[in-house]
Ligand binder design. Structure first.
Ligand code: URA
Length: 442
């Protein structure tokens, strides 16, 4: 077999065999196939696409390019959740303790933020002492002891994906459906998931800007799950505006704490109950999605979910006083307000612009090596549909460095669009994709 022939075959729109895909992916991972041939292969896939069987083979080739996490020492069905990434997306901080509180084992690996999107590990590290680097043994033991652990993903997991992603980033081949779907699913499967719930975002702050594209991505991932024996359900939700009100690490932890006490924003609460309902159902802790959702509502109201968060933070070395009193979390030195210049209704809060604004303040990284400031970020005071008067506060910028403020102020101000007429109310959850089909709510 030769790499050249495989590139040529794909370039000409022919279907690749499992052997050809494995040969290419594993040869590349071992360094035997050079970057330039992989780059050409990725571009051929970008233009010619792949059928369902090829995408599943590509996924498993990436899974088998490195270590697989063995979660068999944890009893029960391990359901993992993955978000395609958004702004103000603190879902894992809420969802993980919430489902753990009703007996779904959570053995989760998370990532760091890059660009305008944040990462769960950075958010957790706003809590003093929180350790995301447990050994594999500590990780399994903690899940068996308290039902939940969240750690950083190791480079040994699906290494082909890491190497391929780096090339995609510089060859304009990131936004290819088969490549995104296989990349995401390979990491979940290598991470030991028995079943998967996908949190697919749609809108300006998301990978996929339109609903149809998001549904296609969700369908591609659900089909991979079906082919490789991991039941997969995808929930598609709005990311035109940020999720909740807070964007930035410790500000998001604060909002997650409020949500686990049943006092969170409506959109975040709805998303967590929906994703969680499916997780409880797939873990076979409830007979239906609806029952799963009811169990989670009860866990929020009874205080069980909040208690689980404290147990989780304590077990990973974090300062529980900061959970009891979020005012003790890292706090920026100053707050600057963005005000409305006219009266009307907010018709848009562009998530991408708000995410970039938070990054300019230091909450996110422009490059992987950048250091982040856990205390800074943005709190929205108005969201889409809200009525505003001239001079009303639209957002607060929590900052430490005057020099970083001006660019952030400009872009956050530009994120808001105000009109004399109210916007049409659209449902926050747009669609659910399962192996049975697509249920649309719009
Ligand atoms: N997230 C991933 O993990 N991979 C992609 O290709 C895109 C988003």
């Amino acid at each position: 077999m030769r790499a050249y022939d495989i590139i040529l075959k794909k370039r000409n729109g022919e279907k690749l065999s499992k052997e050809e895909i494995y040969f290419f992916v594993h040869g590349f991972t071992r360094g035997e196939i050079p970057d330039y041939q992989m780059a050409a292969f990725l571009m051929a896939v970008y233009f010619q696409g792949m059928d369902d069987e090829e995408v599943a083979d590509l996924t498993m080739a990436m899974v088998e390019s490195g270590d697989k996490v063995d979660l068999s020492a944890i009893s029960g069905i391990k359901v993992d959740k993955h978000s395609t990434g958004g702004v103000g997306d603190k879902t894992t901080l809420v969802l993980a303790p919430l489902v753990a509180a009703v007996g779904v084992p959570v053995a989760k690996m998370s990532g760091r933020g890059l660009g305008h999107t944040g990462g769960t590990l950075d958010k957790l590290e706003s809590i003093a002492g929180f350790n995301v680097a447990l050994s594999p043994e500590e990780f399994i033991k903690q899940v068996n002891d308290i039902g939940i652990a969240v750690i950083g993903q190791t480079a040994k997991l699906a290494p082909a994906d890491g190497k391929m992603y780096a090339l995609r980033d510089v060859t304009a081949t990131v936004d290819s459906l088969p490549l995104i779907a296989s990349s995401i699913m390979s990491k979940k499967i290598a991470g030991g998931a028995d079943a998967i719930v996908l949190d697919v975002k749609t809108g300006s702050g998301a990978f996929m800007k339109d609903l149809e594209g998001s549904i296609q991505l969700a369908q591609a991932m659900v089909k991979i799950g079906e082919r490789v024996g991991r039941e997969t359900i995808a929930v598609i939700s709005e990311m035109g505006e940020p999720l909740g009100f807070a964007v930035g690490n410790s500000l998001e932890v604060k909002e997650a704490i409020a949500t686990l006490k049943g006092e969170g924003p409506e959109d975040l609460t709805e998303l967590c109950l929906t994703l969680g309902g499916y997780m409880v159902f797939l873990a076979r802790k409830a007979d239906t999605f609806e029952t799963g959702k009811e169990m989670l509502k009860e866990a929020l109201q009874s205080g069980k979910a909040f208690a689980k968060l404290k147990e989780f933070v304590k077990s990973q070395g974090g300062n529980v006083h900061q959970i009891d009193d979020p005012a003790l979390l890292p706090k920026a030195q100053a707050i600057s307000q963005i005000k409305a210049e006219k009266e009307g209704f907010v018709i848009e809060v562009d998530a991408l612009k708000v995410g970039l604004g938070a990054m300019y303040l230091g909450a996110g990284r422009a490059k992987k090596e950048d250091k982040i400031d856990h205390s800074v970020g943005i709190v929205l005071r108005k969201k889409v549909g809200d009525k505003v008067l001239r001079g009303d506060v639209l957002a607060e910028l929590h900052y430490n460095d005057e020099k970083k403020l001006e660019d952030a102020q400009k872009i956050v101000f530009a994120a808001f669009k105000i009109d004399s007429r109210p916007p049409q109310k659209a449902p926050f959850i747009k669609a659910v994709v399962t192996s049975k089909g697509v249920e649309k709510y719009v």
